[in-house]
Design a protein around this ligand. Structure first.
Ligand code: SF4
Length: 454
């Protein structure tokens, strides 16, 4: 009887931002295309990949803790391979292999095309003790991820990377060092992918890039690409993240205002409300310029929801400068703010600022708490003023309680209401009845549901 060899099984565990989630799906796609079965837990896997992020504080110790846990499994099954991929793998490189000798592979974000080959090379060595650790860490400016397919979870929404890497050098940010310079996919491939997704039933896409709106390929810039994506048959909602404020141009705003499928939502990372801090962050815009962008967008799309990212306690930020950030929050009135305390990332310029510039953890925490209080207060006021509105909601998943579903409005607000989980993917209209401050509870406007679906 000929023996059938079972497919190798891989498990990918992803940490961090949406780009990393997308990379996790890409690794799964690359492995599935080479015959791997993708499984849902490390216990079932021959290959376990920890797809890491270098942005968040304590990420390293958390990942080292996780791989050490996995080493327990590996002791029982010495054939198992452990790989660490992503931004932290790129940043730590060989030192990670030294600190965790049971890790077989470290691979940076530009190496995923060669992932099956690298694993094949490791698997060739039948004696696990003799296996040499492997590091794949080159940043390839020619790697544009073309031809690699993501393995996406089923659902009505999909994230579509159109760009990787970043040409900016914000002084607090590790991304350019671990993901290399900006690389843009061809518009033809982006559109073909979105047409394929639409054919599979996806109706909402979010275009993804580190500075997504600086996208350019040949003579196709971001506004032009966005317009084409917005016109793909079957695509009903288009979003994008994260834009750089400098590339929020009148042309882009015009496309957003004109194309019905582009949602009334913009994430606009401000980072600070102080010109001196922005300059030292190397953000390349002033508060006044940022406010002009907000005015431009709101003039064209009055109902737009705008969210932001803010870092407090950047080295050297004075109390007065921190208050300028609070002033910015009160002036713009962001619908949502993702707030962070500055934390140093080894190798970034901000870490080389004079030691006396670094705020104490207590002071940084106090600023963050004050910022959160202000931003949540504004968010709650805005959301309370929206109670009573009837909004189109795309049902994304079940709610926490049985018999409830959770969805998002076009303005990216989360709404929970009574409904059956079988309706995931449906659009309906919901009356926003209450808000917790951040999210809404509502009731479906049944009378108009049929009309929306028609
Ligand atoms: S624009 Fe700045 S913050 Fe954003 S990824 Fe590039 S370097 Fe980092």
């Amino acid at each position: 009887m000929p023996q059938t060899t079972r497919a190798k099984r891989a498990y990918v565990e992803t940490y961090g931002c949406q780009m990393n989630v997308s990379d996790g799906e890409l690794m799964e796609g690359v492995l599935a295309a080479r015959g791997y079965e993708i499984v849902g837990c490390p216990e079932d896997a021959d290959v376990v990949l920890i797809n890491t992020c270098a942005i968040r504080e304590h990420a390293e110790s958390r990942v080292l803790g996780r791989v050490s846990q996995l080493n327990g499994l590996k002791r029982e099954r010495p054939d198992m391979l452990i790989g660490v991929t992503g931004c932290m793998a790129q940043r730590m490189g060989d030192s990670l292999l030294e600190r965790a000798p049971y890790v077989d592979l470290v691979m940076g974000p530009d190496g995923y095309r060669s992932l099956p080959d690298a694993l094949g090379q490791l698997q060739k060595e039948a004696r696990p003790r003799k296996r040499k650790q492997l590091a794949v860490l080159e940043l390839e400016s020619s790697e544009n991820y073309q031809g690699l397919e993501q393995l996406r979870a089923e659902g009505p929404s999909a994230w579509v990377p159109i760009q990787r890497g970043c040409d900016h050098r914000c002084s607090f940010c590790i991304v350019p060092y671990v993901r290399g310079p900006e690389k843009n996919r061809t518009p033809e491939l982006v559109l073909a992918e979105i047409q394929g997704l639409a054919a599979q039933g996806v109706t909402e896409v979010t275009l993804l890039g580190q500075t997504v709106n600086s996208y350019r390929h040949g003579d196709v810039d971001f506004p032009r690409l966005l317009r084409s994506v917005a016109r793909v048959d079957g695509i009903r909602r288009v979003r994008y993240t994260s834009p750089h404020p400098n590339d929020v141009t009148p042309e882009l705003v015009e496309v957003m205002a004109e194309e019905p499928s582009v949602c009334e939502q913009l994430h606009l990372p401000a980072q600070s409300g102080s010109n001196r801090t922005l300059k030292r962050m190397l953000r390349r815009y002033t508060v006044e310029e940022l406010l002009q962008k907000v005015a431009l967008v709101r003039e064209a799309i009055p109902d737009i929801a705008i969210s932001t990212d803010i870092i407090v306690a950047f080295p050297g930020e004075t109390g007065a400068e921190f208050h300028e950030t609070l002033d910015l929050m009160r002036t713009v009135r962001f619908d949502e703010a993702y707030t962070y305390k500055y934390s140093p990332r080894e190798g970034t310029p901000a870490t080389r600022m004079p030691p006396e510039d670094f705020l104490s953890p207590e002071e940084a925490q106090a600023r963050l708490a004050e910022l959160i209080e202000v931003s949540r207060g504004i968010q709650a006021e805005i959301n309370r003023s929206e109670v009573g509105r009837v909004e189109e909601v795309l049902i994304e998943k079940g709610g926490r309680e049985a018999g409830q579903v959770l969805g998002r409005t076009r303005r990216n607000k989360v709404v929970v209401f009574d409904g059956d989980i079988s309706r995931v993917g449906e659009y309906t209209r919901v009356v926003l009845e209450r808000t917790t401050g951040a999210t809404f509870a509502g009731t479906e406007a049944l009378a108009v549901r049929a009309a929306v679906q028609a």
